[in-house]
Design a protein around this ligand. Structure first.
Ligand code: AMP
Length: 446
């Protein structure tokens, strides 16, 4: 490569890769508010935060999510490490790690690894953070996206208890959405049966689909064999009338599943939570059973699900742990933010309170001192690093939206009396340091 070409290469702008994005201020203030709401609401329901690794062994996801799912078969970011992640010395070629596409599997792994089944009562954990899936990017669908999720793991209780736990988890979610300010959400509910009744229903569905095969598109035709439940998910206009007439799982539940589903609905009604039953809600992940739900929000176009969840009894066992029941959900934080923005629920950013307009190099130390004093008192202060003419400094203070300009020149430093100007109406005062803090904090002279 010639020297010239090398330089051109160095100067080329480097951009974020497809499907990932930066989240900038002031939007980050909204993210923080939403996340803070989750911390607060979940704590009132007795959930504790778990911080999980961003990457795990590929096997964890392959085993728990299911090799036939879209997530595992084509959406995971998987890397060869060249060594066994459990032992740096031992080199096992072909062993891979994966950026987490979701976090339920990790929560279950951690539950087993830390022997949490010995803890008293149900184990209630929540998490928040980025997930990674190689999906086709569009509005509300990214390759690095964020989830806030919670899980309840239990090793005792009957069907009725399970239904109450399901309903309480949904109650916590509706409380979260309400406190986060999200309006117009809708809850959709279904039961997808268990390993007793679902396979029988799947066969029934497969037979019904075989009869209408010619009227279906190529994707659905293929799924009759591979995963007939996914046909119910189809958004193809031409297939909608056909899907409406297919057998519905809620009508083919075994007695236990029916008992739990009936009880969940009763529990939701008792809590005043409205829902719509949706027989087409079949969750993409293999380990779900019985209760499944989804919450949608307005302003999102086709990607309008802001939360998906359900019961996954047996997942912990599948990962080598003791028999354990589980129920959980994951909220798509990106979509919650998009919906809030669509409703014009914008964050109130921390406003700049004081702009320190200082002049004269020798007065800079005094400006530093007073800025620190004001920040100690909790005020948001901007201290320009370079000297500026007062006119220019006041102009900048105005553009930055500062409430006050604090003027520090020779006279102020000599007398210890600072000139403070309220930018809204130009009112000026001369105050000593102590009165100044009180005035700026209270917005009026002491
Ligand atoms: P899932 O883990 O697939 O059940 O998804 C739970 C929630 O995460 C969905 O309802 C979405 O709100 C969100 N979500 C899933 N995939 C993406 C993605 N690629 N981009 C943004 N949000 C997503």
């Amino acid at each position: 490569m010639s020297e010239g070409a090398g330089k051109a290469h160095e100067k080329r702008k480097i951009q974020a890769i497809k499907g990932v994005r930066d989240i900038l201020p002031p939007e980050t203030a909204l993210w923080n508010r939403v996340e803070q709401t989750a911390h607060e609401v979940f704590a009132t329901y007795g959930f504790g935060e778990i911080r999980l690794p961003i990457f795990e062994t590929t096997e964890l996801f392959a085993r728990s999510i299911g090799a036939d799912t879209d997530v595992v078969s084509k959406e995971m970011y998987t890397f060869a490490t060249g060594y066994d992640p459990h032992s740096l010395e031992e080199s096992i070629p072909g062993r891979t790690i994966t950026l987490r596409p979701e976090a339920t599997a990790s929560v279950c792994r951690a539950y087993i690894e830390h022997g949490m089944h010995t803890l008293p009562g149900n184990v209630k954990l929540y998490y928040m953070g980025p997930m990674f899936r190689r999906e086709r990017p569009q509005k509300g669908r990214y390759r690095q996206f964020y989830q806030i999720g919670a899980e309840v793991l239990s090793h005792s209780g009957d069907l009725k208890d399970d239904a109450r736990v399901d309903a309480e988890v949904i109650e916590m979610l509706t409380t979260f959405f309400e406190k986060a300010g999200l309006e117009g959400t809708a809850l959709y509910l279904n039961s997808i049966g268990c390993k007793e009744c679902r396979p029988k229903y799947v066969e029934l569905l497969r037979a019904a689909l075989a009869k209408v095969k010619d009227k279906l598109g190529p994707d659905s035709q293929r799924r009759i064999e591979t995963n007939p439940l996914r046909v119910l998910d189809s958004k193809l206009e031409s297939e909608q009338a056909i899907i409406e007439k297919l057998p519905r799982i809620a009508e083919h539940l075994c007695p236990d599943c029916l008992e739990e589903y009936t009880e969940v609905k009763k529990q939701l009604a008792m809590r005043g939570i409205s829902y719509t039953q949706n027989f087409r809600l079949v969750r993409g992940l293999d380990y779900y059973m019985r209760t499944t739900f989804e919450i949608t929000a307005p302003g999102l176009g086709s990607q309008n699900a802001v939360c998906g969840g359900g019961r996954y009894d047996g997942l912990v066992e599948l990962l080598g742990g003791p028999p354990t029941k589980g129920i959980g959900f994951a909220i798509g934080t990106d979509r919650v933010i998009l919906s809030l923005q669509d409703m014009r629920k914008l964050p109130v950013e921390r406003a700049l309170e004081v702009y320190v307009a200082w002049m004269g190099e020798k007065n800079y130390p005094a400006a530093v001192k007073i800025a620190r004093r004001l920040r100690d008192a909790g005020l948001a202060v901007e201290l320009p690093p370079g000297e500026m003419k007062f006119g220019k400094a006041l102009g900048l203070a105005d553009k930055l939206g500062a409430r006050y300009a604090l003027i520090i020149g020779d006279d102020e430093v000599a007398s210890g009396q600072f000139t403070v100007k309220r930018l809204e109406d130009g009112e000026q005062k001369k105050l000593g340091e102590r009165e100044l803090v009180a005035y700026l904090k209270a917005g009026e002279a002491p």
